[in-house]
Design a protein around this ligand. Structure first.
Ligand code: GLU
Length: 461
């Protein structure tokens, strides 16, 4: 039987990185087995769901490059289907109308609380044969087994068992006829042919209820894998305070989808000591049976490190195109582009930082490091001009390096008297890419111009 998995987000906001991780696990398992990965939007809660949120999820998905098979399934378009199954269960006596009013239910709960009993529906309409009370729109409840256990073999957590009597005859249709969450999830997974459900372990308690639905309808029960959460470094639930949780925010911050997916696959899964996984490697190595039983910990510096790795690996022409999305157009070609990009790849973790790095080199400084500027003298500026004036166009990076070393030794200059001021003139600050690379990229004329600018600003009468 081929593997069919799905990702089933509820469109209440953006695509959360925890959701993307679940989607990735499902995607990898299906695709590595020649199976299908489906996308279902769980938008039955018309109050909380919006088209905007659905669009945002689909857009984020597109950005990650995880492609789903077939059309997106929208639960909001399947009410007729759910209705038919509710009717079928009513007809077969596996579900029943319950006419209990809210007041009666509250009174029952109150009584149970007073007797220190857990709140539970008392099955009063389960075998009701009488005349239903007037003026009440009933809910539909499904009959859950009265004894025994509801059990399943979780692919991550092992055998999970719950006493059947712990599971109430739960509502499958509200009094307005709309179906409830656990009911529609089970129906859809069955009708979509889903064989394996990998999802967050916040759903573990839903699974026994869904199994009741599968069994009542004679559907094949899929294999479940409940994945522990991603926690923050303090061991608490990951929240906005720990950094971004919205997938598209990672894009805005300049992370690459490859890096984010690589980062997420390692949150809850590993293969030896390997940290870097191409999509091919993930597909070859991933197994949901190797998912960790314990929660994983979000680690920002690991993500930065991975992102830098993928930026370094990227072809420079592709990188140039990607930078355009961050408002950075690089017109440079050939060796200059290569030298600039290779130098920036060393030190920039995100595309946003990379784009800023490009601007820092290509745009003349708009301001200067005040402390460095205060140490300048006219003599220092003269030395800089002399050095640049002695260069010829066409020198390579290592030749420029040699020349600057030779110049410093010829005039007995220390770094603070030559390299630092040169940095200040060309980039306006202490850090940044190497000076030889900067001169190579900018060309002699532009360097000369920048030195004169610094002179003018620092020593204007
Ligand atoms: N819609 C659910 C959620 O967003 C997922 C349901 C499932 O995976 O079974 O958490």
């Amino acid at each position: 039987m081929s593997v069919i998995t799905r990702f089933a987000p509820s469109p209440t906001g953006y695509l959360h990185i925890g959701g993307l991780r679940t989607a990735l696990f499902n995607y990898l398992y299906a695709k590595s087995n020649g199976g299908k990965f489906l996308l279902r939007i769980e938008d039955t809660d018309l109050q909380r769901n919006s088209q905007e949120a659905t669009d945002a999820i689909i857009k984020a998905f597109e950005w990650t490059g995880l492609s789903y098979d077939g059309d997106v399934v929208y639960q909001s378009q399947r009410f007729e289907i759910y209705k038919q199954y509710i009717q079928q269960l009513l007809d077969e006596g596996k579900a029943y109308y319950c006419y209990m009013t809210k007041e009666e239910l509250d009174a029952l709960r109150e009584e149970q609380r007073a007797n220190k009993l857990p709140p539970r529906y008392d099955n009063r309409y389960r075998d009701f044969k009488g005349t239903p009370p007037d003026g009440i729109d009933p809910v539909v409840r499904i009959k859950t087994p009265l004894e025994g256990v509801i059990a399943f073999e979780d692919g991550v957590k092992g055998r999970i068992e719950i006493a059947a009597k712990e599971v109430d005859d739960f509502i499958i249709a509200r009094s307005d006829g709309t179906p409830t969450y656990n009911f529609v999830v089970a129906i859809d997974d069955a009708l979509m042919g889903v064989t394996d459900v990998i999802r967050g372990d916040d759903h573990t308690t839903n699974t026994p209820k869904q199994i009741v639905v599968y069994e009542a309808l004679g559907f094949q029960i899929p294999k479940f894998y409940h994945v522990p959460m991603i926690l923050n470094p303090e061991g608490k639930k990951l929240s906005k305070r720990d950094g971004a949780t919205d997938v598209m925010e990672y894009k805005e911050m300049g992370y690459l989808p490859e890096a984010l997916l690589n980062f997420l696959v390692r949150l809850g899964w590993s293969s030896g000591d390997q940290e870097i996984f191409s999509m091919q490697e993930m597909l070859a190595l991933f197994s949901p049976y190797e998912l960790n039983k314990s929660a994983s910990c979000y680690n920002q510096s690991k993500l930065d490190w991975l992102n830098n790795h993928y930026i370094r690996e990227m072809d420079n022409q592709k990188l140039r195109m990607m930078l355009e999305e961050y408002g950075c157009e690089v017109k440079m070609e050939g060796d200059k582009l290569e030298v600039l990009f290779e130098a920036l790849k060393e030190r920039n973790y995100t595309l946003v930082a990379f784009a800023n790095g490009v601007r820092e080199v290509l745009e003349a400084p708009k301001s200067y490091d005040a402390k460095m500027q205060s140490r300048l003298s006219l003599e220092i500026i003269e030395n800089l001009k002399k050095f640049i004036g002695g260069l010829t166009e066409g020198l390579g990076v290592s030749e420029l390096e040699e020349k600057s070393k030779a110049f410093m030794s010829q005039y007995s200059l220390k770094a603070g008297e030559f390299l630092q001021p040169l940095r200040l003139a060309l980039l306006g600050k202490g850090g940044g890419i190497g000076m030889a690379e900067t001169i190579f990229v900018l060309g002699i004329q532009e360097c000369h111009h920048r030195i004169k600018m610094l002179e003018k600003i620092s020593f204007a009468k």
